[in-house]
Design a binder for this molecule. Sequence first.
Ligand SMILES: *[C@@H]1O[C@H](CO)[C@@H](O)[C@H](O)[C@H]1NC(C)=O
Ligand SMILES: *[C@@H]1O[C@H](CO)[C@@H](O)[C@H](O)[C@H]1NC(C)=O
Ligand SMILES: CC(=O)N[C@H]1CO[C@H](CO)[C@@H](O)[C@@H]1O
Length: 605
Amino acid sequence: MGSRNGPFSHTLLVIHVLLVVTTVFSDSTESEKLVTFKRSLLKAEALSNWITSAAPCNGDKENWRGVICGKDGSVFGLRLENMALSGTIDMDMLAELPGIRTLSFINNSFEGPMPDVQKIRLLRSIFLSNNNFSGVIRDDAFAGMSSMRKVELQNNKFTGRIPRSLSEMKILVDLQMQDNEFEGEIPDFEQKNLKVNFANNRLYGPIPPGLRNQDPSSFAVVFVISPLIFRARTTAKNGYKYQQTTKLDKNNDYKTNTKDIEMPSYEEESYKRTPNGGKLQFVRNDITEFKLHDLLRASAEVLGGGSFGSSYKATLANGPAVVVKRFREMSNVKKEEFYSHANRLGSFSHPNLLPLVAFYHKKDEKLLITDFAQNGSLASHLHGKRKPNEPGLDWRTRLSIIKGVAQGLDYLYKELPHLVLPHGHLKSSNVLLNDAFIPLLADYGLIPLVNKRHAQKFMVAYKSPEFTYHDSTTTKTDVWCLGILILEILTGKFPANYLKQGKGGSSDLETWVNSVVREEWTGEVFDKEMKGTKNSEGEMLKLLKIGMCCCEWNIERRWDLKAAVEKIGELKERGSDEDYSSCTSDGAYSSRAMTDEDFSFSVTG
Ligand SMILES: *[C@@H]1O[C@H](CO)[C@@H](O)[C@H](O)[C@H]1NC(C)=O
Ligand SMILES: *[C@@H]1O[C@H](CO)[C@@H](O)[C@H](O)[C@H]1NC(C)=O
Ligand SMILES: CC(=O)N[C@H]1CO[C@H](CO)[C@@H](O)[C@@H]1O
C-alpha cells in the first residue's frame, strides 16, 4: 500500500510545496508592493494592518483593511473609502499587481490631477468621488481602456472639457461626473445601457443625441444644495455652440427646441417656507409681473455658463422671453445693498442697455432677470459659425454697433458717477443685438455686487494694463475695454486672452494690440468679411485710430470716455478723409502718429 501510494504522495507533496512557495512568494511581493504604495499616502493611519509580515489576502478573504481579494487569492482591488487619506496615489506601484481590476478612493482628501488610470489597462472600475481632485483631464486619458465599466469622478474640482476618450469605452455603463467644474460641450456617447450624470458643472450646448434618453436631472445645473432646480430636456438637433449669451432663434437651423423646466414639488415647498422666498422683485412697471413659480414652470433653454454662473432663456406662458442669470459669486453683499443697487440698475433706461426686469435675492441664490435679445451677441456674429452663404457683418452695421456701445457706455458713466468702473465687463459677448441689430450692453454696473476676488479673476476691466501692473483701475479703464472692442470689431479677431483667468491677460492683450498695429502697416488689418462701401476706408481707419487711442497703455495719454464718444459720434459710414495725427488725452491723436498715406489697403477689393 505504502509503496503504491509513495510516488503519488511524493508528487502531491511536490505540488504542495510548489504551491506554498509560489503563494508565499507572490504574497510577499504583493505585500511589499502595497506597503510601498502605502508610503506615498499621507495620514494612512487607517491602513495600520498593512504590514509585510502578513499577506493581504487569505484565499478570497482579505487580511488587510480595504483590500478586495480575488478567487485566486491575489489582490483584485482596493476599497480605501472614508479614510481621510491624502498624498499621492502611486499608480505605477498598483500597476505591478497583475490581478488588480477595481480601485475606490471615495471620500478622502486627495488633491491634484486625476491619477493616470491608463497605467492599469485592464481596470474595470475607478471611483474617485468626494475628494479634491482638480485640473483638466486629458482628452485621451481613458483611451484603450476597453474593460472599463464604471467611472465615478463626482464631487471634485475637475475643470476643462469632458474627455472624449470616455465616450470610446465600449462597455461603460456608469459615468458620474456631476458636481465638478467641467466646461464646454458634452461629447456624444453611443454606449447602450450607459447611465450618466453631468449635473452641476459649467457645461453648455445641446445634449448630444446619444444621451437624449437620460434622466433630465442628469443635466441639471444644481442639485439640492440650492433650492433652484432646472430640469432641462433638450431636443436640439444641432451642434451650435452657445458662448455666453449667443444667438438662439437666429433661424430654424440654429433653433434649439425648448425643454421642459420643472420644479419638483418638494422644492416648491422649500420656497414657500423661507421668508420672502419665491418673491421676485420687479424693477419695471411696463411688464406683467410673474412669479418665480411661473419662471420655473416656463419652458427654458440653457444659454450658457458665463463667468458669473449659468443663464437661461425662459419663455413664459403668454408672456415674453426673458433671460435668467444666476450669480454664484455675490455672497459678500448684504441684502439691503443688493436691493438698493439692483433697483438702481433697474431704473436705467437707455436704448443701448439691456434692461433689467426683475431680481431675486436669497442667501444662496441670486438671480437677475433681463430682456431677451433676439439676435444674440456681437461675439457670436463676429466669431460664430455661419452658414456658407451668410454674409459677415458689414461696415455699416459694425459702425452703428460701436456708436450704440459708446452711447450706452456714456449713459452708464452719467448714471453711475460714483463708480470707477461703470461697466466693468465690456466685451463682445456682453454686447447683445436686438431684432433690429441695435446693440444692448449687458452685465453692466455689477462691480459693487460681485465678490472682489471673483471680479478680479474674471471681469474684463481687471485685465487692463493698469490693473495688471499697478493693481489699480481708473475711470479710463472701461475706455480701454472699449478700445479692445473696437479693434475686435474692425479686425474680426477674438482677443483670446479674455478667456484667461486672473491677472496677466493684459500683457497678452498688449501683444494682441501690437499685432493689430503691425498688420495695420501691412495693410491686412481689417476683417475681410467687413464689406465696406465706396469711400468708407478712411472712416474705418479713423475708427481704428480711435481704438488705438482708447487702448493706449499710458493712462495719461489714453483718451477719456468723453473724447472717445465724441470722436466715435463724428464717424460717418463714408466720408472725406480728414487727417488725424496726434493722440492726446483731450481727444487728439499722437503716440502712434500715422497718416492715411502710410497705409495702402483695400477692404472692398
Ligand atoms: C467621509 O469620511 C469621513 C472620515 O474621513 C467620515 O467621517 C464621513 O462620515 C465620511 N462621509 C461619508 C458621507 O461617508
Ligand atoms: C477640499 O478642500 C477644501 C479647501 O480647499 C476643504 O475645505 C475641504 O474639506 C476639502 N475636501 C475634502 C474632501 O478634503
Ligand atoms: C442676421 C440675423 O440673425 N437676423 C435676425 C435678427 O432677429 C430677427 C428677429 O428675430 C430675425 O428676423 C433676423 O433674421
